[in-house]
Write a protein that binds this ligand. Structure first.
Ligand SMILES: Nc1ncnc2c1ncn2[C@@H]1O[C@H](COP(=O)(O)OP(=O)(O)OP(=O)(O)O)[C@@H](O)[C@H]1O
Ligand SMILES: [Mg+2]
Length: 448
């Protein structure tokens, strides 16, 4: 499926230039002449990345960025900067914008930045990144003894300058825990800069993390700070560290030891005051044994290890979490609060949750979308769990579930193709709500 890029820019000619470059590369492009039009567009459809000018009439680029960060946190925002606005863009990146490109821009640079953004966005959609969390402790809920232990470790880690290594199965809350550690630490007001080891192609790692000087390679028309430099006085969160290419591991080790690095093509040694938090869902110990991960780096990042237990190992947390997600989904959908029926609660407590908290979050969200009465009943959940129930199923049943999913994927893909790539039209054709179709696309990992 083509990725969609939304371009918010008041200069019509510049919009055209951007469109031409992006379309040539195979992207779908939508245009907005100001921030208000862009936010209206985003309310209806999903963009894989937003490119926005800073100075625009009505709503300017920085206001648009704040809006997107709140309402559509999985849409990466790329700023277009001109002389005089680079400082604003750098500040915005430190508070969560994805990147910037400077005017007049270079096609190779533009496509590199957009490519990175789209890949990152694909990862966060797969992860089902939710909206801004409210409630709980840093958006986290729990009451089990295991959870109380985790809280203690988080507080200990926050008070220490050591590197933190968060390990846990997929969906156990590694990123939320990293944000909590940052938030309580003395760096809490500084930037939290995240980079995903699996989302950056190996050849781009160095420029991405350490930045580059003008002329370092084709396309490097201006100098640019890397993610590490942007994390100065804050936290550098390296997600999926197990996927960092071996060639980069040596450079990371150096930066971990003395916080010193050079930009690509640069001669000056720079330093940044940064705390490292890493996460992995694989056993890095084993990876070192297989020669895929440097042992010295392993010891460096493993200053304070944090092990997040699977959800099935802390079943007391299932219902409090389910209630929390239920209240949140109802609020998001603007409907009155619903309750779990007793039977539903029992099913939730028994289910093994291989996808952990994220799976529970998705299951509750879907059940709310499908439910009709005031109570969430097992039938709502049955449909909701239909794609996951095979955990306890026989091999034949698993093949059945997989082939049902294949059919669903094929039907969705066909509808999208028939409607010329428009998900809104495809939803209409299938008689589904557009938001529900988007969910299905995520849940079924439909890829064109
Ligand atoms: N204790 C918690 N309370 C409420 N929500 C939580 C909690 N822990 C995690 N979540 C939610 O569960 C989802 C998964 O969390 P997160 O992305 O932090 O997991 P992860 O371990 O990084 O997963 P992955 O390995 O797949 O990247 C998120 O939507 C997050 O908001
Ligand atoms: Mg994660």
């Amino acid at each position: 499926m083509k990725a969609t890029i939304l371009v918010a820019e008041d200069d019509r000619n510049l919009r055209r230039v951007l469109r031409a470059m992006l379309v040539r590369e195979g992207y779908d492009v939508a245009e907005a002449p100001d921030g208000e039009a862009a936010s209206a567009w985003l309310a209806e459809r999903r963009a894989d990345a937003l490119i926005t000018d800073i100075r625009m009439p009505k709503m300017d680029g920085l206001a648009l960025f704040r809006h997107v960060r709140e309402r559509h946190p999985d849409v990466p925002v790329i700023f277009i900067t001109a002389y005089g606005t680079i400082g604003d863009a750098v500040e915005a990146i430190r508070s969560g914008a994805f990147d910037y490109i400077s005017k007049p821009f270079d096609e190779a640079e533009l496509l590199r930045v957009v490519g990175n953004a789209v890949r990152t966005s694909a990862v966060s959609v797969r992860e089902g990144a939710g909206g801004e969390e409210t409630g709980g402790w840093f958006g986290m809920v729990g009451c089990s003894p295991a959870w109380r232990e985790i809280r203690k470790v988080i507080e200990k880690a926050a008070a220490s300058p050591l590197s933190v290594m968060i390990m846990g199965e997929t969906g156990t809350g590694k990123e939320l825990v990293a944000r909590a550690i940052h938030g309580i630490s003395r760096r809490g007001k500084g930037p939290f800069i995240k980079i995903n080891g699996a989302a950056i192609p190996p050849a781009l790692w160095e420029a991405e993390v350490f930045g580059y000087e003008k002329g370092a390679f084709t396309g490097a028309v201006t100098s640019k700070p890397g993610r590490f430099e942007l994390a100065d006085e804050g936290t550098f969160f390296l997600d999926e560290i197990g996927d960092v290419p071996l060639s980069m591991q040596a450079k990371l080790l150096r930066v971990l030891q003395d916080r010193a690095f050079e930009r690509v093509g640069g001669v000056k040694t720079l330093t940044a005051d940064v705390r490292f938090i890493c996460a992995s869902n694989r056993d890095l110990r084993k990876e070192t044994g297989k020669g895929r991960f440097r042992e010295d780096l392993y010891y460096r990042v493993n200053g304070i290890p944090v092990h997040l237990p699977s959800l099935r190992a802390r079943r007391e947390d299932i219902l409090p979490l389910a209630d929390y997600f239920l209240a949140r989904s109802c609020a998001e959908m603007g409907i009155a609060g619903r309750k779990l029926s007793r039977e539903t609660a029992e099913i939730l407590e028994r289910y093994p949750w291989p996808g952990n908290i994220r799976e529970l979050e998705n299951a509750v969200g879907r059940a709310v979308a499908l439910s009709e009465g005031e109570e969430i009943t097992p039938p709502d959940l049955c449909i909701a769990l239909a794609d996951t129930e095979e955990e306890e199923a026989t091999p034949e049943e698993m093949r059945f579930h997989e082939s049902v999913r294949d059919h669903k994927r094929a039907i969705i893909l066909r509808a999208i193709r028939k409607s010329g790539g428009s998900k809104t039209k495809a939803a209409e054709m299938l008689g589904l709500q557009p938001t529900y179709l988007s969910r299905l696309i995520r849940i079924l990992k439909v890829e064109g």
